[in-house]
Design a protein around this ligand. Structure first.
Ligand SMILES: N[C@@H](CCC(=O)N[C@@H](CS)C(=O)NCC(=O)O)C(=O)O
Length: 275
């Protein structure tokens, strides 16, 4: 297995690490001997395990969020292993991103938005996922609209160029003539403009981000999704370019590092297409 472990030191790690230490401190002190040899610090265990695929924007979403939220997490590259018996035994949907967390009834969780919602709830990250029901509902609505409406168009428009498998029952997946597939791809590309504008005019509604002054989990999900459109040279409206740039500027490396993997993959497939 091509396993790459990426550790991101962060606030949560500090919190998690601080707890047991505090408990230990509360215990009756063991008589200190003046010349006791300093104990080697036990290796810090990653608080969160994330199985991911680097070229994927679904995965980029959670990778950006985990970094922006400051989690101490370890990433495992699941490329080529999502359908292995071991992976399928834990996750019968064979989908990444997937987190492993002891608090979960089945030990694992997939679906990028559900992962971000869970982690934000668990750690009280209101900055990314507001607690007030009405504000939270808008973030949820934006994410469900993205997954249910925008993303299927983006997938149909970009997956052929990305070399990703398409969904059963769709033209792209069938043995239809390449002209039909190309027509379907173009139709999907044309359909993107409408939901995109809805994010701008309705969800942002004059604010810098869907989340208001700060990017919310819905913003991270949207910006990551838009990254894929570069593979088909989709002409993003100016607001969308500025919006992605603003998210990248606000989140810094937390955004640009995982985005670099997606952008690198796109550059690679584009160079292959030209060759
Ligand atoms: N709606 C899901 C989509 C997840 C998804 O499609 N993951 C793909 C990568 S983009 C995957 O892991 N595919 C591996 C497989 O099906 O074996 C999400 O947002 O997390």
């Amino acid at each position: 297995m091509a396993k790459t472990a990426t550790k991101t030191a962060g606030k949560s790690a500090a919190k998690a690490a601080a707890k047991p230490k505090a408990k230990a401190a509360a215990k009756p002190a063991v008589k200190a001997t003046a010349k006791a040899a300093p104990k080697a610090k036990p290796a810090k265990k990653p608080a969160l395990k994330l199985s991911m695929l680097k070229p994927s924007v679904n995965n980029m979403t959670v990778r950006v969020f985990a970094r922006a939220a400051g989690f101490d997490h370890a990433e495992t590259d699941a490329w080529g292993h999502t359908r292995s018996p071991e992976f399928m035994a834990r996750n019968p949907a064979h989908l990444t991103p997937m987190i492993e967390d002891k608090g979960l009834p089945r030990g694992v969780l997939w679906e990028s938005c559900a992962i971000m919602q869970y982690l934000a709830n668990k750690h009280g990250l209101e900055k990314f996922y507001p607690k007030a029901p009405a504000k939270r509902a808008m973030v949820d609505s934006a994410m469900f609209y993205l997954i249910g409406t925008l993303y299927p168009y983006v997938a149909r428009a970009t997956y052929p160029a990305l070399g990703f498998p398409q969904y059963a029952g769709e033209v792209g997946h069938s043995d239809a003539h390449p002209d039909r597939k190309s027509e379907a791809q173009k139709a999907a590309m044309a359909a993107i403009a409408e939901p995109l504008e809805v994010f701008h005019s309705f969800f942002r509604d004059g604010k810098p981000f869907i989340g208001g002054k700060n990017p919310s989990i819905a913003d991270i999900r949207l910006a990551a999704t838009l990254e894929f459109l570069a593979v088909v040279d989709y002409a993003l409206p100016k607001w969308a370019k500025d919006y992605v740039a603003a998210i990248e500027k606000t989140l810094g490396k937390a955004y640009s590092e995982p985005a670099g993997d997606v952008r690198g993959y796109i550059a690679h497939v584009k160079s292959q297409a030209k060759a």
